[in-house]
Design a protein around this ligand. Structure first.
Ligand code: PHE
Length: 344
């Protein structure tokens, strides 16, 4: 048996010299040192030897085992160094290969405009107030001084839901009522908010009008707010948004929830008022509807109109984006055509 042990030892040392990778090393370990490996096999059958030979054999077998373990550790170092070198070699980056294109996401043009509006109005002291998209008839119209069956309702073609009285808001103005009732502390606190959001109108979709679009409403309620405050505020906004030379003008108009009502134009920033395609050769671009909050609306918001006054405005972020970038068709905004969206 001792002879056999020496043969196994020699064979194992020879075999390990040709081991080149960790897989072969594991196989070698199983063969010679594993539970069922030959060295252990021999150790287990020690009982078959005559008593006086057992000690010598056991000693030698243990020596062989230690020597093989050492040889394995040694080999392991070589093998893993070789494998690392091979991995590095194979994984080397070919810097001459063309890069893989990396598609990047981007913000929607309306989001760009809205964020700029939030920043400017925020700097001017207006907080964002979020109001619901799904409204009731009463808040969208009646509380805004547009009674049922009043012809002024025709100014807004409405999407009705199957629940009577529940509609999609046609403008952000009903948010004025919510803001006053929620923030006003029963008509005792001044308010300065903007109300951005999507609006919906049951309209023929054309290059100039979509059935959904954003509005950004503004509302200021205070003790001595006057028309000149509206004018000054809008002028300051226009300077920040369109540049320090921006000029605005008010044209008298009509909205049931403001009195007096105006439409706000900014002098065309493309042609400087000379007349061009963007301003339709008028020199002016309409940017908002606005006015002094109607006493009835103040009252519906919980304010005493003899003590409080306010102004409101509503602007159209898509329209503003169209003017800014000379976009000639509003339908691009919700078409999800990447060729359009990727330009922003
Ligand atoms: N809500 C109006 C519209 O949709 C715009 C507006 C808002 C006018 C606030 C005056 C004051 O046309």
């Amino acid at each position: 048996m001792l002879q056999e042990l020496e043969t196994i030892y020699k064979e194992a040392l020879e075999a390990i010299a040709s081991v080149r990778d960790s897989e072969a090393l594991r196989a070698w370990e199983r063969t010679y040192l594993g539970e069922k490996g030959s060295v252990y096999g021999m150790l287990r059958s020690i009982g078959k030897l005559p008593k006086e030979e057992r000690a010598d054999f056991g000693k030698r077998a243990n020596e062989v085992k230690e020597a093989l373990l050492a040889a394995m550790t040694e080999r392991e170092k070589l093998v893993s160094a070789a494998e690392l070198a091979r991995d590095l070699e194979e994984g080397q980056i070919d810097v001459t290969l063309p890069g893989r294109p990396h598609p990047t996401g981007g913000l929607h043009p309306s989001t760009h405009t809205l964020r700029e509006l939030y920043r400017i109005w925020g700097d001017m002291g207006f907080q964002v107030y979020r109001s619901r998209d799904v409204e009731d008839d009463e808040t969208n119209f009646t509380l805004l001084n547009i009674p049922e069956h009043h012809p002024a309702r025709d100014m807004w073609d409405t999407f009705h839901t199957t629940t009577p009285g529940v509609i999609l808001r046609t403008h952000t103005s009903p948010g004025q009522i919510h803001a006053m009732r929620e923030l006003g502390d029963e008509g005792n606190e001044p308010i300065r908010v903007i109300l951005p959001g999507m609006c919906y109108r049951y309209e023929q979709v054309t290059a100039r009008s979509e059935m959904q679009f954003h509005q950004l409403e503004g509302l200021a309620v205070g003790r001595n707010i006057r028309m000149s405050d509206l004018r000054g505020t809008i002028t300051e906004f226009a300077r920040r948004f369109y540049g320090p030379k921006a000029k605005i003008r008010f044209r008298s108009s009509y909205f049931p929830f403001t009195e007096p009502s105006v439409e706000v134009d900014v002098e065309c920033f493309l042609c400087g008022g000379e007349g061009c395609r963007v301003c339709k050769y008028s020199g002016w671009i309409e940017i908002a509807g606005a006015g002094m909050v109607h006493p009835t609306v103040l009252q519906n918001g919980g304010y005493d109109p003899t003590q409080w006054s306010g102004f409101a405005f509503g602007m159209g972020p898509e329209r503003m984006t169209m003017n800014k970038h000379d976009i000639r068709d509003i339908r691009y905004f919700w078409n999800n055509d990447l060729r359009f969206l990727e330009q922003f």
